[in-house]
Write a protein that binds this ligand. Sequence first.
Ligand code: 3PG
Length: 208
Amino acid sequence: MDMAAIAALAPVIPVLTVESREIAVPLARALVKGGLSVLEVTLRTGAALECLKAIAEEVPEAVVGAGTVLNPDQLDRVQRAGARFAVSPGCTRELGLAARSSGLPFLPGVQTVSEAMTLAEQGFRFLKFFPADAAGGLTWLKAVSAPLADLRFCPTGGITPETAPAYLALPNVACVGGSWVAPRGAVATGDWQSAERLAATASALKRR
Ligand code: 3PG
């Protein structure tokens, strides 16, 4: 499965920042039960790699990938931990080359037209638009749809349940990413039912 095929599995990719496998595994199960099978575990905690590995091993229905992958070394480590894809908030030439030679589906981030053109030149046609809300949101995506007609985006950053439908209605948006399906409060208290409910609502969102 390439990155576009993975994105086609669900309209929303939950962005998870988790502190332990005891949290990661039941949270992943709840999100998958709610219909969101593609999960991004960010490398923002000391336990991120362990959480990724635990989800990969214990929740086989999930397609788990790694987020906040900033360099080739991290890319290598997440691949060895069982990540099925990797996401980066931006990209460097080295990271793009490493991703291509690793064979791991990769979603690099962009914020400008020039960054998108540079990545398209390297063969990446499906890009994360980050931080979407701060960088122009719907207006930016609409404005680039004609000049960057062969590119598709996964906007992430500041997207809410209220704004997600408008993003998903755009023809150049394949899916959106967001942390709202795993709110801090629910995660801290182990309220997996809330996570499942939020995932069910998110998974029912219509795409163009
Ligand atoms: C990300 O890393 O993609 C973002 O932090 C997710 O953004 P959000 O928390 O605003 O949804």
